[in-house]
Design a protein around this ligand. Structure first.
Ligand code: DQA
Length: 147
């Protein structure tokens, strides 16, 4: 069974409570339950990690290169300016899918720039919590192509 890691970046631990008009009312825990359920349905072994710290996300990406077959990453605001996270994604050989709950192309101008898009296998943005499930689909399709 392929192993996948879902990484939530800064402020996503407050889902449900944080700007519900943008990110919805589902709580972080309930979204994670649904991610686990969706992974199971796709026959993927899934682990979930959240951090508000850039370095912790980078450390986890480094660890993932040995322990996981792919990553679904919502880097939160780091998406827009963290060259360090971009470099970490480039440094590891496993596929990373970039996801966002909101449509980053339809908000403030600064959000339309993703410095990680080029080094990810896909960008999924604007489908609410479903963005994570679609991210799992992208990884699944990647693994199937590989085999
Ligand atoms: C986000 C979009 C980012 O611009 C924002 O900083 C977030 C969440 C999303 O999932 O829509 O924290 O990545």
């Amino acid at each position: 069974m392929k192993k996948v890691l879902v990484i939530h970046g800064p402020n996503l631990n407050l889902l449900g409570e944080r700007e519900p008009e943008i990110y919805g009312t589902d709580t972080f825990d309930s979204i994670n339950d649904e991610i686990m359920q969706n992974a199971k349905e796709r026959n993927l072994d899934c682990e979930i990690f959240q951090s508000n710290h850039e370095g912790a996300i980078i450390d986890k990406l480094h660890e993932a290169r040995k322990e996981f077959d792919g990553v679904v990453l919502n880097a939160g605001a780091y998406t827009h300016y963290s060259y360090a996270i971009r470099d970490a994604i480039s440094a590891i050989k496993i596929p990373v899918v970039e996801v966002h709950l909101s449509d980053i192309n339809d908000r403030e101008g600064f959000r339309a720039t993703s410095v990680i898009q080029e080094v990810c296998i896909a960008q999924i943005s604007g489908f609410g919590k479903k963005s994570y499930f679609l991210g799992l689909d992208e990884l699944k399709a990647f693994f199937e192509k590989e085999d």
